[in-house]
Design a protein around this ligand. Structure first.
Ligand SMILES: [Fe+2]
Length: 233
């Protein structure tokens, strides 16, 4: 568990920074909760993160690409104002990611839409010790990341942050363990050949400095296309 098992109040005033790791590190078995006697179901989750594995992953050479430093982060990226998936070297990967987007729209959210388009795609490179501050993607419905090079044992995991809810008064209750109902951050391992798709408005980043060499990912944004009958008033 990244962020550790913690007791007591919040690390920051009014904000519990507990983190749950998904599939990254096996539980120590210490202090594990018993399974509820009832059938537990989340109500109104903030969004769905879906993990897809590319069984046909192949290393893609990145020579000749121009990278620029990212503000407030120790990473560099290709231009975020174009769709790098249109380059011939990414053609097979683009096909895989479009299948993932279609699955997400059709089978996870069941959106009624006319078409979709990957509007932006860019490559991020984090050196040893690299990190990316928490951020979200504007002018996009669904975002995704694909790992061109990452090792789940060393590379910084992708972290998602729970959206703030405006409640008064704010009451923080101490927890014995983090669960999906109490954690404010969730960490997903970064691994070559894995894609994660998620709603663009969810804050994400990788604040734990990456270890074990370079971590290279391809990020993208998706918009729905057509004349717009799918927008709901
Ligand atoms: Fe991002």
């Amino acid at each position: 568990m990244i962020g550790g098992r913690r007791k007591g109040g919040a690390d920051l005033p009014g904000r519990n920074r507990g983190t749950v790791a998904i599939g990254a590190v096996p539980s120590t078995g210490e202090g594990e909760m018993q399974k509820s006697k009832g059938e537990v179901r989340p109500i109104f989750p903030a969004g769905a993160v879906v993990r897809y594995r590319n069984e046909k992953h192949e290393d893609i050479p990145l020579d000749g690409l121009e990278f620029f430093p990212n503000f407030g982060s120790k990473t560099e990226s290709t231009s975020q104002h174009r769709n790098i998936l249109k380059e011939a070297r990414f053609q097979a990967l683009a096909g895989f990611l479009e299948e993932c987007v279609k699955d997400y729209l059709d089978n996870v959210y069941a959106y009624e839409y006319e078409g979709f388009e990957i509007v932006h795609a860019w490559v991020n490179r984090a050196p040893l010790g690299g990190f990316q501050r928490m951020h979200y993607h504007g002018n996009s419905v669904i975002s995704g990341v694909y790992y061109l090079k990452a090792d789940p044992n060393f590379s910084a995991p992708l972290m998602f942050e729970k959206p703030e809810m405006n409640t008064q008064p704010y009451i923080a209750i101490a927890t014995r363990e983090q669960t999906i109902f109490t954690a404010n951050q969730v960490a997903y391992p970064s691994e070559t050949g894995i894609a994660y798709l998620f709603p663009s408005q969810i804050k994400h980043g990788y604040e734990v400095p990456t270890k074990g060499g370079e971590r290279i990912s391809l990020a993208f944004n998706v918009m729905l296309s057509g004349i717009g009958l799918f927008y709901r008033l």
